[in-house]
Ligand binder design. Sequence first.
Ligand SMILES: [Zn+2]
Length: 239
Amino acid sequence: MSERAGAVGARNAPPGFAMNTEEPWIDVAVPIRNGMLHWPGDPAIAIRQTKHLERGDDATVSDISFGAHTGTHVDAPIHFFVHGAGVDRIGFERLIGPARVVDVGDVDRIEPSDLDDIRANDRILFKTRNSRHWGEEGFRPDFTYLTTEAARFLAERGVWTIGIDYLSIGSAEAGVQTHKALLDVGICIIEGLDLSRVEGGFYDLICLPLRLEGLDGGPARVVLRRRAAQAMNAERGSK
Ligand SMILES: [Zn+2]
């Protein structure tokens, strides 16, 4: 990047956004590909080329078909509330800014007792053993999830954003209540993160779901960049 481009980037950065050019951005979105893993009952991922240079066409053009909750994606309130906001109306302040990756270790579920130092406006991404399972073909019903009690705790604390490294923030059986507890107070839910290459700590987060008008969810590109803990703490302390 040229000096000029860097200067423009710094001027356009959101408030509190550390312009740390030393650390690399880490891609924590899963690749979207034909036949990939999806939530049971959701549409399959199908990609084909309607035109292809190799077939003598003048360009290659792909037809893509998949559900709004494919791969790494954001859930919108309208996913569980009839009059809720669509994914295009989630505020950028919830999607872009400092975030904390919390490594919860080898637990089956995340309980309120697993949560410490939670503050209003936090963006928290839970790293669980789920991240080790992205390479597998089949769906794992025994994925680690956030309990409804923990979701209510986070809602009371007024966090902004919660992310997890599998296709649902809630369990396969009782996930609806977990989602509702978060979406009811406008918490942004990011699902399907691959945090296998990221350790616990402080990061800058950029998460941009597709601008799908009024829809219940949207696939997102999500990247993280390591941030100095001191900078994060100073910022959280100043709130
Ligand atoms: Zn979803």
